[in-house]
Design a protein around this ligand. Structure first.
Ligand SMILES: Nc1ncnc2c1ncn2[C@@H]1O[C@H](COP(=O)(O)OP(=O)(O)OP(=O)(O)O)[C@@H](O)[C@H]1O
Ligand SMILES: [Mg+2]
Length: 393
């Protein structure tokens, strides 16, 4: 968005310019004027999307000029900044058609909240109603981080969804490394420590950006800081994240604690990731038992079998029988593509688009974004509880 700034205060100008440029999309101060008279006398050839002006510079007789300015830029949103927002001023501002009045000194959070409203009203961004999808590994090394990060990337790349991964590991979180070579400046623990700054712009500024519509909030790098993360912090983060992203993918790790429980409680879907092996099935069963005892509805839990290879001794039907739950998706074993991607920190879809694992993630995107319904089992399978029929030679 392009804004005209009307103020004599160069510090205020610099402050708004800095806050504006941190936004996504950025708010650019394309011109500045010393007062409303100056603004009216030197109109911009290219009308601004916003006019931000300092009420301290409006002389008592100048409100008519302000009204003229409003008519001059009929499509612009006006933001009034005032040291003392007394009733008279508010009435004049409202009469002139202004809705955003902010108190000085500027409270950054209030500024960004006002900008969020303006952007939604003008259609620059829309208030989203994001879905929270939690990936949780049934056993260490099941591939939950690999799938969570690569799936979120695929949501952005294939379905044009705005996606965010939150790495919830209390220690040794590695989600950023799977898809980027950037070093995170902020972690989930830092965000929790500054929770009163939380809004869309702050959250966005804390991410490692992989693409314009996909970023990762890194996991806590210090267990001491991780201990200060509270469940209510998670509530705030997810509430704001839902407003600004289409999908919030949680890499929950393996720990079930107060923080991850709060996140799981509020998740729209939980994807336990496991491999087709007895130890995974044992741990998967324990995890599903916990979810059942917590009263999570069965349809919210959707199993993903990773590194799946047909023809093994264990069949998907055995796993489903043991866990008492259906498998929602299988991801094939694709050692070379997965290892290359992880080693280089490049999403697998970008590195090897035609690989088995990339194609499987694309299928998952189709199902989750409801472009395609999951393949239903055949009548035979449903009757006999077998999800794959093997024909032995
Ligand atoms: N479909 C796949 N085919 C082959 N290898 C895979 C596949 N998915 C993941 N891997 C490999 O498995 C390894 C472990 O994956 P990942 O770190 O995602 O597991 P995790 O469940 O997050 O483990 P942790 O318990 O450490 O958090 C990765 O190095 C990755 O290369
Ligand atoms: Mg992991």
């Amino acid at each position: 968005m392009k804004a005209l700034m009307i103020s004599k205060d160069s510090l205020l100008h610099a402050e708004i310019a800095a806050q504006g440029s941190a936004r996504m999309p950025a708010l650019q101060l394309v011109a500045s004027r010393q007062g409303v008279r100056d603004a009216a006398e030197r109109p911009l050839a290219d009308p601004p999307d916003m006019v931000i002006f300092d009420a301290g510079d409006v002389e008592p007789g100048e409100w008519e000029i302000v009204e003229r300015l409003v008519r001059q830029y009929p499509n612009a949103r006006f933001m009034l900044l005032a040291r003392e927002a007394h009733q008279d001023l508010l009435i004049r501002a409202m009469r002139a058609g202004m809705r955003e009045v902010l108190q000085l000194p500027l409270v950054h959070r209030a500024f960004h909240e006002a900008m969020d409203r303006v952007e939604i009203e003008t259609g620059v961004t829309r208030m989203r109603d994001g879905k929270v999808l939690a990936f949780i590994a049934c056993k260490g090394g099941s591939g939950a981080t690999f799938l969570a990060t690569n799936f979120a990337y695929a949501l952005g790349a294939l379905a044009d969804k705005k996606a965010l991964v939150i790495d919830m590991h209390g220690q040794f979180g590695d989600a950023t490394l799977y898809v980027s070579d950037q070093k995170p400046a902020m972690t989930l623990a830092d965000v929790c420590a500054q929770i009163n700054r939380m809004d869309g712009a702050f959250l966005e500024s804390c991410l490692v950006h992989v693409t314009p519509n996909f970023g990762v909030l890194a996991g806590a790098d210090d267990p001491a800081k991780a201990a200060d993360m509270k469940p209510e912090h998670m509530d705030t983060i997810l509430r704001v994240a839902r407003q600004h992203y289409d999908f919030i993918v949680l890499d929950v790790g393996r720990q079930i604690d107060a923080l991850s429980l709060r996140a799981l409680d509020g998740a729209d879907a939980i994807y336990p990731v496991l491999q087709l092996a007895l130890p995974d099935i044992r741990d998967g069963r324990r995890l599903l038992d916990i979810f059942r005892s917590l009263g999570y509805p069965a349809e919210r839990t959707r199993l993903i079998v990773n590194r799946y290879e047909k023809g093994g001794k264990l069949r998907l039907a055995d796993l489903e029988h043991a866990l008492g739950a259906d498998v929602m998706h299988t991801v094939p074993n694709d050692y070379l593509s997965a290892t290359d991607s992880v080693n280089q920190g490049i999403p697998v879809l970008q590195l090897s688009r035609g690989s088995l694992v990339a194609r499987s993630l694309a299928d998952l995107v189709e199902v989750v974004t409801e472009r395609r319904v999951p393949e239903s089992k055949g009548l035979f399978d449903r009757l006999f509880g077998r999800s794959e029929v093997e024909i032995c030679p």
